[in-house]
Design a protein around this ligand. Structure first.
Ligand code: PLP
Length: 412
């Protein structure tokens, strides 16, 4: 029944893993969202907005106050003034911004460069737009002092592979930094190469920066591609509130770009959702205006996530996993093949079999990353664990993994 362009994508793996996690009462580290609430001043602002009659359709491209708040945040972060009405579009989460960007920019047959592993909506959105994906692989670090142009120990791409991916038909390159699921933060040099290739091929860069504030290494800061020389005119920057403020259910996202790029996004957005929930837009505008509170909230979240990263990574390492420590976002990718317990679940490396078996065997759920790859064998030795969880959730997950991996009894 499903149309051909979407049939290959099936049901997302998150749905399947959550069903399995629930069936086995597992600690769910598959889902990439927090099990704690966002800051109270956001929640209070939402209650106020609902009660103050802000409940009818918002302006198509965003409530004026929210467009202004997003533009001000951009100006502080990127040190470049933008016009809130002509350059900011409020969308229903970054997910809608990605879809609107692809539908608004890509003509049938145009090529879109994606780095694999990729967030699962990218390929589907390229397909919905009739585009042709060109895949560049982010490879596991080799242990060398430096791989490609990446930071030490980070997933990396071969610069020549990227150069070859650009053709006369390239319309868009989609870059997610900080990156889900590898935790990679693209370096300035990597972004400079992407910028150079975009200029040479007259391509547009679309960046997914939903984890822009969630970085853990002072020497690997988040760099905005739009701030590189020449790139403001050809970059569409997408982001959202969800990850930064632990409000993933609000689905408040945005796209920032030149008036031309913005017109393309809005051409699709007006027919996708038309506008995003008015009271939540009003609440977001009011809360974002409290800049000191916002900064404190983000700093607190980053400190908690850093602690969660250490707790989970060190436990996985003790259990024989080879952990790729993330510099950003909130996932740990780990090679499970060295973990003695894994041998009971899979013979040959098969991340889907490993992750399907884990909830019943260990009482913990993770995501098989091969679903984020076109070349699935690249992810077959890995599992993705989310650490955006309360400390007690993570401690319970670690306790269960230890019992499973060491064969110890739960009460020992
Ligand atoms: C890389 C990436 N982009 C986009 C999204 C979705 O963002 P939103 O919840 O704002 O739609 C996610 C959520 O997990 C993500 O990991």
């Amino acid at each position: 029944m499903t149309a051909q362009r979407l049939a290959p994508f099936g049901t997302t793996i998150f749905t399947e893993m959550t069903l399995l996690a629930n069936k086995h009462g597992a600690v769910n580290l598959a889902q990439g969202f927090p099990d704690f609430d966002g800051p109270a001043f956001f929640l209070d602002a939402a209650a106020d907005a609902l009660r103050s009659g802000q409940n009818q359709y918002a302006r198509m491209f965003g409530l004026p106050a929210l467009n202004r708040a997003i533009a001000e945040r951009w100006q502080r972060a990127a040190d470049a003034p933008i016009d809130p009405d002509a350059q900011v579009t409020v969308t229903s989460g970054c997910t809608e911004a990605i879809a609107a960007a692809m539908l608004g920019l890509v003509n049938p047959g145009d090529e879109v460069i994606l780095f694999e592993p990729f967030y699962d909506s990218y390929r589907a959105c390229v397909a919905m737009a009739g585009g042709v994906p060109r895949i560049v692989t982010l490879r596991e670090p080799t242990g060398a002092a430096r791989d490609g142009l990446a930071a030490r120990g980070a997933f990396w791409f071969d610069p020549d592979e990227l150069r070859r991916a650009f053709t006369s038909r390239t319309r868009v390159v989609l870059v997610n930094t900080p990156h889900n699921p590898t935790g990679k933060v693209f370096t300035r040099e990597e972004l400079a190469l992407i910028a150079d290739l975009c200029e040479r091929h007259n391509a547009v860069a679309v960046t997914d920066e939903v984890y822009e504030h969630l970085t853990f290494e002072p020497d690997q800061p988040h760099v905005r591609l739009a701030t590189l020389p020449g790139m403001a005119g050809r970059t569409l920057t997408l982001s959202s509130l969800g990850k930064t403020f632990s409000l993933t259910g609000w689905k408040i996202g945005w796209a920032i770009g030149t008036p031309d790029l913005t017109r393309a996004v809005r051409a699709a957005h007006q027919f996708l959702t038309f506008a995003t929930a008015t009271p939540l837009q009003a609440a977001a505008a009011a809360a974002l205006a409290r800049t000191d509170d916002c900064e404190r909230a983000v700093a607190g979240l980053v400190a908690d996530l850093r602690a969660g990263r250490e707790l989970l990574s060190s436990a996985l390492e003790r259990l024989g996993f080879r952990v790729h420590t993330p510099a950003g976002a909130y996932f740990v990718l780990a090679d499970y093949t060295g973990c003695p317990g894994a041998r009971g679940l899979v013979g040959e490396p098969d991340d889907a079999a490993f992750c399907r078996g884990l909830p019943a065997a260990a009482g913990v759920a993770a995501v098989p990353p091969s679903v984020f790859y076109q070349n699935r064998e690249h992810g077959s030795r890995l599992a993705r664990f989310a650490f955006c969880k309360r400390p007690e959730t993570l401690r319970e997950a670690v306790r269960r993994l230890e019992v499973w991996a060491t064969g110890r009894r739960a009460d020992q």
